[in-house]
Design a protein around this ligand. Structure first.
Ligand SMILES: Cc1ncc(COP(=O)(O)O)c(C=O)c1O
Length: 356
């Protein structure tokens, strides 16, 4: 029996995707060869790549002026690849909302000046800043749309000053709601939360920016290389791209981003409402900044937390331990996480609290 998996990533995938993949592993589209064994230059995979890109374009209404890339090295490699290509000794503004923003800042500092226009550091990253002191002429403004560890999320994009474009690490909330890609220069996301397995990173980038990237970089580290070769300059992560394609099809067939947005809101509300009404638990993120993807909560009596996590696991509610840097509990309830799992968690929390 499968458990309800609250892991922050790699994370739960839609059941139908996993089931279809079992057959594809054995024999992809009656080719007599499993998907893992197909050449990235062969028709079976080339068709999957093209279809996946087209479906992403439809799902998120990605304008023609943007390229869709599948890269390797995780979102962490985008932390350096982005400034390496575009900063060129200039200034970029990085909103600091926690661990992942800080890692992005550290890498960007190697390629230019980083201004931090706003930070949530003073309140332990429990809310996302809304007021920003931008530098006079930044190349771009970078933000992390969902903070997987702190459990906070921007519910609207920050407004970049004129002349600057928005760059976003959307690793943990990509395609969890509607997104207006035209507001961005670049959006990137490691796949392992909302899109597929680890090992592939989705990058959506404005074509005209790609052209401006530095040319004195290793070939693999220039975006233009991957645009010119349609993400197949070298062997791409074929299985990961196939799974992303299936997840995107699943999203499209279940009603697209409008549907998933309300589904996700409903799930998060169920959990936050219970936590707010509880005498034992409390949510750590401030209202207005609460993540719909990673619900972080604690016990008022912290000595009860280990017992809660262990008892929940025995009931098939697994991976509820918060990130080691913050402790407490974290329920990651990404797109594929079913509402039944959230209901089961709330019922268990009530029981644990002695309410039923
Ligand atoms: C918001 C965010 N950005 C970046 C990363 C790092 O991603 P990767 O492991 O793909 O490098 C993570 C991983 O959890 C994340 O949650």
């Amino acid at each position: 029996m499968r458990s309800f998996n609250f892991s922050a990533g790699p994370a739960i995938l839609p059941e139908s995707v996993i089931k279809n993949a079992q057959q594809m592993l054995w024999d992809a589209k009656d080719s007599g060869i499993g998907i893992l064994e197909h050449s990235h230059r062969g028709k079976v995979f080339v068709d999957i790549l093209a279809e996946t890109k087209a479906n992403i374009r439809t799902l998120a209404s990605v304008p023609d002026e943007y390229e869709i890339l599948f890269l390797q090295g995780g979102a962490s490699s985008q932390f350096f690849m982005l400034p390496m290509n575009f900063l060129k000794g200039g200034t970029a503004d990085y909103i600091n909302t926690g661990t992942w923003s800080k890692k992005a800042i550290k890498e960007a500092q190697k390629f230019g000046t980083v201004n931090v226009p706003s930070t949530g550091e003073h309140n332990g990253f429990t809310e996302v800043p809304t007021k920003h002191k931008f530098s006079s002429n930044p190349v771009y403004v970078h933000f992390t749309s969902n903070n997987t560890i702190a459990g906070t999320e921007f519910h609207a994009e920050p407004e970049a000053p004129s002349g600057a474009w928005l760059a976003c690490d959307a690793s943990s909330d990509i395609f969890s709601r509607k997104i207006d890609i035209s507001k961005y220069g670049m959006v990137y996301a490691g796949a392992q939360k909302n899109l597929g397995p680890s090992g592939v990173t989705l990058v959506i980038i404005r074509k005209d920016l790609v052209e401006t990237g530095a040319e004195d970089l290793p070939t693999m580290l220039q975006y233009r290389t991957h645009v010119a070769k349609d993400s197949a300059f070298n062997t791409p992560p074929t299985f990961g791209i196939y799974i992303i394609g299936e997840v995107v099809k699943w999203l499209l067939s279940s009603g697209g981003l409008t549907h998933i947005e309300s589904y996700n809101k409903n799930k998060a509300d169920l959990l936050y409402n219970y936590v707010d009404s509880s005498d034992l638990f409390y949510g750590t993120a401030k209202e207005g900044s609460r993540s719909l993807m990673n619900v972080c909560f604690r016990c008022k009596d912290e000595t009860k937390e280990a017992e809660f996590i262990a008892a929940a696991a025995k009931e098939g509610l697994v991976n509820l331990k918060g990130h080691r840097s913050v402790g407490g509990m974290r329920a990651s309830i990404y797109n594929a996480f079913p509402v039944a799992g959230v209901e089961a968690l709330v019922a268990f929390m009530k029981k644990f609290e002695g309410r039923v």
